[in-house]
Write a protein that binds this ligand. Structure first.
Ligand code: ADP
Length: 480
C-alpha cells in the first residue's frame, strides 16, 4: 500500500502546532506497519537545511499558474521518505510557514499552498514524472485542500482523503485566484470550490475528497452543527457517510517522562518522586517562589480565544489567591501576550509567563506543573491534555471535541470505576473554569485521590497504533 502524505508542517523540521506532531507521528506509525508512506512538504529554509544531501527526484518547470519548482527527495529523522517541493520564489524566506515576522499572512499564500496541492495531485495521477505512484493521497487541512480538486480533473487519479485538523482555518482567497491557480472554470461554483463568492481551499478538499477524516469522534459530530461548522456544516452533514473521526495519538517516545532529556529527573507511574525535582526546576526557571506544596498550574498554547486563554488570564487573580502558581507558555494574540507578561509582573513569584515557542520548556511544564489548563472553546483533538496525562499532570478541560474523548472527569463514580483522569467543565465561561480549577486544587490536597488520578492518566494508551490502523483501513477501503 503506497500513501502520499501531503502536509504543510512536520515536527521537528517546521512546527506551528499539532498538525506538525501528527504529520511526524502518523506516517512513522504507518511506516512501521509496512505502509509505503511518503511525506510531501514545502521547501522552507528550515526544511532544506535538514536535508543533508538531497537528490532531485523531478523537475516541474511549467505547472500552469506557478513558478518553476523541483522535487527533492530525502528522509525524515525517523527514516520516513520525504519529498520536498523546492521553489525559492515561494518558500525561501525568513518568517514563519504561513506568516511573516510581524504575524501577517504571506500575501502569496494561495500560490504557496496551491503549488503544494498541485504537486500532490500531479504525483497522484498518471501525469506524474515518478515511477512511484500512490494508491491514496492523504491531504491535511486547507494548505493541501486544493489537491482533491486538482485530482478530480487529473488523469488516472488516486483516491484521496481530506483530513481536517482544524476547521476554523479555511484558506479563503479572492474568486479570481481559482483561475490563476489553473483550476477549471467549471469548479468555481457552490458545488465545487466556491464558498460565498470566494475560493476556499478547505471547501475544495471537503467537496472533492473521496473520504473525510477529522481528529476525534466528538469533533466529527460537532463540525456538522451550526455552532462549530464554520459555514461548512451543510456540506459536512451531506457527506457524513464518508466522514469519520479518528483520535490522534501522541509520540510516546518523544513524550515519555521516563526518558525525556528536557527533564531534570525522570519518573514513571510506579515512582512519581522525580516529578518534584521538575517542579522545583520549573519554579526556578520561571522566577516563581520555590515551594513544593503550592499547586502549580501549567499552560502551553497558542494565545487565541480558541484556546480559552482570555479566560485563564481573567481568572489569574483568583487562581493566585487560592493560593496557586501559574506558568504560561505560548504566543499569538499581541494583547494576550501583553496581559500574560503584565500578570507575571503583578504577581511576581506566583505567575510566570514566557512568550515564544520553546519545545524544551513545554516538556518541562508538562512534567513540573501539578495541574494542566486547557479550557479550549473548541478543540478538534488537542495533544497537550494527552501529554499532561502521560506526565502525571491531570488536566482541567472544557467539554468539547477531543477533550471530551480523552479526559474523564473526576467524580465519586469515576474514581470508583478507576478511570478518572482530570477535570471537565461544561459551560464555557470564567466561573466554570474557576470552579473546575478549584475542584482540581481540592483533589490535589488529597494525596490518595491525586495519586489515583495521576496513575489513571499515566496508564492510558495514547499511542498511535490503533489510530494508524484505522487510517490504514480507510486507505484499504478506498483502494477497492
Ligand atoms: P493546536 O494544534 O491547535 O495548536 P494542539 O494541542 O493540537 O493545538 O497542539 C499544539 C502543539 O504545539 C503541542 O505539541 C504543544 O505542546 C505545542 N506548542 C504550542 N505552543 C507552544 C509553545 N509556545 N512552545 C512550545 N510548544 C508549543
Amino acid at each position: 500500500m503506497r500513501v502520499l502524505f501531503a502536509t504543510s508542517e512536520v515536527a521537528p523540521l517546521i512546527k506551528t502546532g499539532g498538525l506538525a506532531d501528527v504529520s511526524a507521528a502518523l506516517p512513522a506509525a504507518l511506516h512501521s506497519m509496512g505502509v509505503d508512506v511518503r511525506v510531501l512538504l514545502p521547501g522552507y529554509p528550515q526544511v532544506l537545511k535538514a536535508l543533508p544531501s538531497p537528490q532531485t527526484a523531478a523537475d516541474f518547470p511549467a505547472l500552469p499558474g506557478f513558478p518553476p519548482a523541483r522535487l527533492l527527495s530525502g528522509a525524515l529523522p525517523d527514516g520516513v521518505p520525504l519529498w520536498v517541493v523546492e521553489c525559492p520564489e515561494l518558500y525561501q524566506r525568513g518568517g514563519g510557514a504561513y506568516q511573516d515576522e510581524h504575524g501577517g499572512d504571506w500575501p502569496d499564500n494561495a500560490q504557496r499552498f496551491g503549488l503544494l496541492s498541485k504537486i500532490a495531485a500531479v504525483l497522484g495521477s498518471t501525469d506524474s514524472p515518478l515511477e512511484w505512484k500512490p494508491d491514496v493521497v492523504h491531504c491535511n487541512d486547507w494548505q493541501t485542500g486544493l489537491a482533491p480538486a486538482y485530482l478530480h480533473f487529473a488523469p488516472g487519479a488516486a483516491p484521496c482523503v481530506m483530513a481536517v485538523h482544524n476547521l476554523a482555518f479555511q484558506g479563503i482567497f479572492p474568486p479570481q485566484t481559482a483561475a490563476e491557480l489553473g483550476l477549471p472554470a467549471e469548479c468555481f461554483q457552490p458545488d465545487g470550490v466556491e464558498f460565498h463568492g470566494k475560493l476556499s481551499f478547505l471547501k475544495a478538499g471537503l467537496y472533492y475528497a473521496d473520504h473525510i477524516t477529522t481528529v476525534s469522534p466528538s469533533y466529527a459530530e460537532e463540525i456538522q452543527t451550526d455552532v462549530l461548522g464554520f459555514g461548512m456544516q451543510g456540506l459536512l452533514a451531506h457527506r457524513r457517510k464518508v466522514l469519520n473521526g479518528i483520535l490522534n495519538g501522541i509520540d510516546t517516545e518523544d513524550w515519555n517522562p521516563a526518558a525525556d532529556p528536557n527533564l531534570v529527573q525522570a519518573y514513571d507511574a510506579t515512582d512519581l518522586s522525580g516529578k518534584s525535582a521538575n517542579k522545583r526546576e520549573l519554579q526556578k526557571r520561571m522566577g516563581l517562589h520555590v515551594d513544593p506544596k503550592v499547586p502549580l498550574f501549567g499552560l502551553v498554547s497558542r494565545f487565541t480565544r480558541q484556546k480559552g486563554l482570555d479566560l485563564v488570564l481573567k481568572i489569574t487573580p483568583q487562581l493566585v489567591a487560592l493560593p496557586a502558581q501559574l506558568v504560561l507558555l505560548g504566543s499569538g494574540d499581541a494583547g494576550m501576550q501583553r496581559t500574560a507578561l503584565g500578570l507575571s509582573h503583578r504577581y511576581s513569584g506566583q505567575v510566570g509567563a514566557y512568550v515564544g515557542f520553546d519545545e524544551g520548556l513545554s516538556h518541562l511544564i508538562e512534567a513540573g506543573a501539578d495541574i494542566f489548563l486547557m479550557p479550549s472553546r473548541f478543540e478538534p483533538c488537542g495533544l497537550n491534555q494527552m501529554y499532561s496525562q502521560r506526565y502525571g499532570t491531570p488536566p482541567v478541560v472544557h467539554a468539547t471535541g477531543g477533550l471530551i474523548d480523552t479526559v474523564v472527569d473526576c467524580s465519586a463514580a469515576s474514581l470508583k470505576r478507576g478511570d478518572a483522569t482530570g477535570f471537565v467543565f461544561d459551560s464555557m465561561g470564567a466561573s466554570s473554569l474557576l470552579s473546575a480549577a478549584r475542584r482540581a486544587v481540592v483533589a490535589y490536597r488529597n494525596k490518595k485521590t491525586w495519586r489515583t488520578l495521576q496513575r489513571n492518566g499515566m496508564a492510558r494508551d495514547f499511542s498511535w497504533d490503533k489510530s494508524a490502523a484505522a487510517y490504514r483501513d480507510i486507505y484499504a477501503r478506498l483502494m477497492q
